[in-house]
Design a protein. Structure first.
Length: 467
């Protein structure tokens, strides 16, 4: 219900109040404000087409360890909010300003149930229900007629996720198969701030050619194997596409495929593979979301997976991760400016495009196909949501409850006969192997069995390719 509609339903002209039977948030209007140009893709406010689309998904916004005994004021998708734990350890995410007189609930007192405003003692449950208005008459109907704006929160592997969309359309919080790929896998959470629009951060992952220059030639952030110019491809998946690079290194074909999952999830294999020995893995080393704070700021937030079987980032340890700790050089602005000039990283390349990249000034080339592909998918999804269609959501497999994902990396010996393989030949092999990974999603078996069966399929494809 739009804010203006809320005010019209009450005798109190107050922008923070909402009727008891109103939706979970008063900021989900029935119709979006018309927007033209890049704002259609980049704007995230509650009355924008893009903001309404993004609100159909769960988004992580902070580490659970950041939320202790005191409330935390924050901004998320253009809205000012307060998150807290009550004394029963339940988590609430409420509109920042108390609906009574507008005092910020960051100064509220967590109670046994909910939070109590410091100003006049109004108490709110985690769903926004008014529990007490202690200075009002006993027969006051205020607490029966209004609720504080509120959003549901879930905790998963040390991250807090919020859903800010229509309550009647709230999906289940997706559990990706990568969280439990290996026995003993430990997803370690991290978060850092990017001072720019969320979209240009996502687009960075759709652009695998930048790994050659920014991360390998200009710097030493990735292994020397990444210096070899690859054949690029972008293979469809149920929720997005694989952003792929296939190259020949030291008599081996080296394929790296990142999983781009709509609207803002990315899964990536490691950066330390030297392609010096054969390997095959379906899975990732890093799962990240790009969660908008507002139109010009976002969180880069997610997990690095520590597994006994897979060490994608060399000597990285869980202690290297956390708040403003990315574990990889160049991901934040913690280094001195001149050092960043000498060895820039993703932070510098992406944030320096401006708070919102000027896409009208771009001159795109053939290697930007993944960026264009993502923009088209996003525009189509936003428009479909405006027209009342249900956005594509991660779907769990019925037999194990996990959502299948498709990031993969493999190094396979091909011998000297393949040394002169053309760009098109590399691209075709990478695509065929990726399609084998994607098609294996329908197999009703465990992840290790899927990986083994797909490995055999890819080896057969390799034999045919070498011939």
């Amino acid at each position: 219900m739009a804010l203006t509609a809320v005010a019209a339903c009450t005798n109190i002209d107050h922008k923070f109040a909402r009727p008891l039977n109103a939706p979970m948030s008063p900021s989900a209007p029935p119709h979006a404000t018309p927007i033209i140009g890049d704002d259609f893709l980049t704007a995230v406010g509650p009355q924008t087409p893009g903001g309404q689309y993004l609100r159909r998904y769960w988004h992580p916004f902070m580490l659970a360890s950041e939320l202790q005994d005191l409330p935390v004021a924050l901004r998320l998708m253009g809205e000012d909010l307060v998150v807290f734990r009550d004394r029963a350890q339940r988590i609430g995410l409420l509109h920042k300003h108390c609906l009574h007189r507008g005092t910020s609930l960051e100064f509220g007192i967590p109670a046994d149930q909910g939070i109590q405003c410091c100003y006049h003692g109004w108490k709110f449950d985690i769903d926004g229900t008014i529990l007490e208005t202690p200075a009002e008459p006993a027969n006051s109907k205020i607490k029966h007629n209004f609720k504080q704006g509120a959003y549901p929160v879930r905790e998963l592997h040390g991250l807090l996720f919020a859903y800010m969309g229509p309550p009647e359309h709230m999906p289940a919080l997706p559990v990706l198969d990568t969280f439990a790929k290996d026995e003993g896998n430990q997803p370690v959470p991290f978060r850092f701030h990017m001072p720019c629009n969320w979209l240009q951060v996502v687009e960075n992952a759709c652009d695998p050619i930048h790994n050659v220059f920014l991360h390998a030639i200009v710097s030493s952030q990735f292994s020397d194997a990444f210096k070899v110019l690859p054949a690029l491809d972008f293979v469809d998946t149920p929720m997005g596409f694989l952003s792929m690079a296939t190259r020949l290194v030291n008599g081996r074909v080296f394929v790296r495929a990142s999983d781009i999952i709509m609207p803002n999830i990315g899964q990536f294999t490691g950066s330390s593979n030297k392609a010096s020995e054969d390997s095959f893995r379906i899975g990732c080393g890093r799962t990240r979301w790009v969660t908008p704070i507002d139109d010009v700021n976002c969180h880069y937030i997610g997990y690095v997976h520590f597994s006994p079987k897979y060490k994608p980032y060399g000597n990285l340890t869980p202690d290297d991760l956390g708040v403003d700790k990315a574990g990889l050089i160049g991901q934040t602005d913690e280094r001195p400016y001149k050092e960043r000039q000498r060895e820039p990283g993703d932070y510098d390349a992406v944030a320096s495009q401006g708070q919102v990249a000027n896409r009208r000034a771009e001159h795109l080339g053939t290697t930007d196909r993944g960026v264009v592909m993502f923009r088209r998918l996003l525009a189509k999804a936003i428009q479909a949501n405006l027209e009342g269609d249900t956005p594509a959501l991660p779907q769990p497999m019925l037999w194990d409850g996990k959502t299948r994902t498709f990031a993969h990396e493999y190094v396979l010996s091909v011998g000297p006969d393949a040394a002169g393989a053309s760009h098109d030949a590399l691209q075709n092999f990478g695509r065929a192997a990726a399609q084998a990974v994607v098609s294996a999603q329908s197999l009703q078996m465990g992840h290790d069995d899927i990986e083994q069966q797909t490995h055999q399929k890819v080896l057969q494809l390799l034999k045919e390719w070498v011939k």
